[in-house]
Design a binder for this molecule. Structure first.
Ligand code: ADP
Length: 517
C-alpha cells in the first residue's frame, strides 16, 4: 500500500518524496494503527491524511476547527483533481444536506467538518451510512484542557468513532504538544503513545532574542528602519496597543498594515492582503492574525509585548522564515506586560484552568530570563529531551563572561525561607534591599539577618535577579490568590553549597524606559 501512497503523492501533489515524518505517519496509518503526528507548522501535516485518503476505500472524515481554512483546503484539493468538500456553519442548511447526500453516495474522498458538527445527533446518524476508513483530527491539542485552545466538542470524538458500524483508523495531528497534551490526546483517542510520530521542532534558520531594559519604541523603530524593505510582523497583546503602535509607525513613514479582532471582516481581509501582496512591509497585529496565512518571506517577527504562553509564542514567532532563509524572532520584555497578560488570563480563563494558564505565563516569563540557549529552552518545553545549543540565539552569541553569583543567590534563597515562603518576589526584594515599607516593618522583617544585605542594589535589580533564579528553577512560583515564591530542591542544593550559580555580568546601559506609545 505504501508504494501506492508514493504514487499518489507524485500524481496528485507533484512531490518527489515524502518528508521523514510524513513517511512514518502515512505508513503507520496504512498499516492500520491509530497514530499521532506532531509536526511544526509548515511541516506538511495535511499530506499525512490526504494521501492515505486517496489510497483507502471510502471517505476520510477530517475534523478541523479552522473553518476559514476548510474552503482553501478543499479548493486546493479540487484543483489537483481530488473530490473533497466541507460542511460547516458558513454554508446553508440546504447546501449541507446536498453535500451530506453526496458523501453518503461516496462521491468524495475527503469530507471536512467543524467539531461542533459532532454535537448534532442528526449528523451522527447520517455518517453511520458512510464508509469512513480514516478520521483525521486536525489541531488535536484542542482535545486537552492543558492545551491552549480547548474545544469541548473534541471530547466527543471518541464516542462518535465508537458509534460507527466500522471502526476507522484515527490520525491526530497537531503542531503544539507538550508531553501532558500528548498524553491527553492519546488517552482520549485511544492511540498508543508508541504510535506517535514527532519531527523536531527546531527551526535552524531562526535566531531568537529577548530584549530587556531598553526603550521598546526606540528599539522597534530602529529595527524596522534597519530592515527596510523586509517583511515583518509585530505582535501586540491588546487591540489598543496594536492601534496605537500602527498610528505611531505610520507617523514614522513606515508602510504598515493592521489586523485584530476589533476590526470588521472586510477591513481585516483588506489589510491582510496588503501585507501578503507586499504592498506594506510591516503587519502590526494581535494573535488573531496569522492562522493559515502562507507568506514565506517574513524576515522577522517582533513581539512588542509578552505573549501569554510558549505555545502562542512559538507558533507566532515561527511564521518567520518559512522559506528557510535566516530570520529573526525578537521579544521585547517589560515587566509591566506580565501584568497585562495576567489581567487577560483573569478575564478569560475559566476557574479550572486559571492556575494552569498562570503557570504557562510563568514559563513564558522564564524564557525571558533564562541564560540558556533560547531555542533549546523552547524545544525542551515541547518535550524534546536531547537538545544542543543552537549557536544562533542571543544567549548563544552573548559574549559577556559569566560571574559566580552563588553568594547572592544564597542570600535571596535564605530570605525566601526566613520569611516563611509565603510572599511574592517584590516583598523579598524589599527585605533584601532594606526597605522601610510599612508591610516590611509590620511583619518585623527588619529584624531578620537577611534584611538589607543587598542594600547596594535597587529593588528592580533584585527583582530581576529573582526572575533569573526562577527561570533557572532555584525558586518556583505558586499561583494562589497572589503569586508566592518558594525554594525548590535545586535551590536547597544552592543553599547547601552543592551547586554554583553563574550569571552573565549585567549590561551597563542607561535605562530610559518610556511609557507605551
Ligand atoms: P502544516 O499543516 O503542517 O502547517 P502544510 O500541510 O500546510 O503544513 O504544508 C506546508 C507546506 O509544505 C505546503 O506548502 C506544502 O505544499 C509543502 N509540502 C508538504 N509536503 C511536502 C513534500 N513531501 N514535499 C514538498 N513539499 C511539501
Amino acid at each position: 500500500m505504501f508504494a501506492k501512497a508514493q504514487e499518489m503523492l507524485q500524481a496528485y501533489f507533484g512531490y518527489e518524496s515524502f518528508r521523514l515524518g510524513q513517511e512514518k505517519t502515512v505508513s503507520n496509518v496504512l498499516s492500520g494503527n491509530n497514530t499521532m503526528c506532531i509536526m511544526p507548522t509548515g511541516g506538511g501535516k495535511s499530506i499525512c491524511y490526504q494521501v492515505p485518503a486517496l489510497v483507502m476505500e471510502g471517505t476520510t472524515l477530517v475534523i478541523s476547527p479552522l473553518i476559514s481554512l476548510m474552503k482553501d483546503q478543499v479548493d486546493a484539493l479540487e484543483q489537483v483533481g481530488v473530490a473533497a468538500t466541507y460542511i460547516n456553519s458558513s454554508i446553508s442548511g440546504k447546501e449541507a444536506y446536498e453535500r451530506m447526500k453526496g458523501a453518503k453516495e461516496g462521491r468524495y474522498k475527503l469530507l471536512y467538518v467543524a467539531p461542533e458538527r459532532l454535537d448534532s445527533i442528526e449528523f451522527l446518524e447520517q455518517i453511520k451510512d458512510m464508509h469512513i476508513p480514516l478520521i483525521a483530527v486536525d489541531e488535536a491539542h484542542c482535545i486537552s484542557q492543558w492545551g491552549h485552545d480547548f474545544r469541548p466538542s473534541y471530547l466527543h470524538i471518541h464516542e462518535v468513532i465508537n458509534s460507527l458500524p466500522q471502526q476507522p483508523i484515527v490520525l491526530a495531528l497537531t503542531a503544539t504538544a507538550t508531553p501532558q497534551v500528548q498524553e491527553d490526546i492519546c488517552r482520549s483517542l485511544h492511540i498508543e503513545l508508541d504510535n506517535t510520530v514527532m519531527t523536531s521542532f527546531e527551526r535552524t534558520n531562526l535566531a531568537f532574542s529577548v530584549i530587556k531594559g531598553q526603550d521598546s519604541n526606540a528599539y522597534l523603530f530602529d529595527y524596522i528602519h534597519k530592515n527596510k524593505n523586509e517583511a515583518g510582523i509585530v505582535y501586540t497583546a491588546t487591540r489598543k496597543v496594536a492601534d496605537q503602535l500602527c498610528d505611531h509607525l505610520q507617523k514614522e513613514n513606515i508602510r504598515v498594515a493592521k489586523y485584530h479582532a476589533g476590526m470588521s471582516n472586510a477591513e481585516r481581509m483588506e489589510q491582510q492582503d496588503r501585507f501578503l501582496n507586499d504592498e506594506v512591509e510591516v503587519m502590526v497585529a494581535t494573535s488573531a492574525f496569522g492562522m493559515g496565512i502562507d507568506k514565506s518571506n517574513i524576515r522577522y517577527v517582533i513581539h512588542y509585548q509578552l505573549p501569554k504562553n510558549m505555545e502562542s509564542y512559538y507558533q507566532e514567532a515561527g511564521r518567520a522564515g518559512r522559506d528557510g532563509l535566516d530570520s529573526q524572532c525578537v521579544l521585547l520584555y517589560r515587566s509591566q506586560d506580565v501584568q497585562v497578560q495576567r489581567f487577560l488570563v483573569e478575564q478569560s480563563a475559566n476557574e479550572g484552568r486559571f492556575t494552569s494558564e498562570l503557570e504557562k505565563l510563568q514559563q513564558m516569563v522564564d524564557y525571558c530570563h533564562t541564560e540558556q540557549c533560547l531555542q533549546a529552552y523552547i524545544l525542551h518545553y515541547f518535550g524534546e529531551e536531547h537538545t544542543e545549543s543552537c549557536g544562533r540565539c542571543a544567549n548563544c552569541t552573548d559574549e559577556r563572561t559569566s560571574m559566580d553569583v552563588t553568594k547572592e543567590a544564597q542570600m535571596v534563597l535564605s530570605c525566601v525561607i526566613r520569611t516563611g515562603q509565603r510572599f511574592g518576589k517584590t516583598m523579598i526584594a524589599q527585605v533584601l534591599t532594606g526597605s522601610k515599607n510599612k508591610k516590611v516593618l509590620d511583619f518585623r522583617f527588619h529584624e531578620l539577618t537577611t534584611y538589607g544585605i543587598l542594600s547596594h542594589k535597587s529593588v528592580k535589580e533584585v527583582n530581576d535577579f529573582i526572575e533569573f533564579l526562577i527561570s533557572e528553577e532555584y525558586i518556583r512560583v505558586e499561583h494562589g490568590q497572589f503569586p508566592t515564591i518558594l525554594v525548590t530542591p535545586l535551590g536547597r542544593d544552592v543553599l547547601l553549597g552543592n551547586i554554583l550559580v553563574q550569571r552573565k555580568e549585567a549590561l551597563h546601559i542607561k535605562q530610559i524606559v518610556k511609557d507605551n506609545p
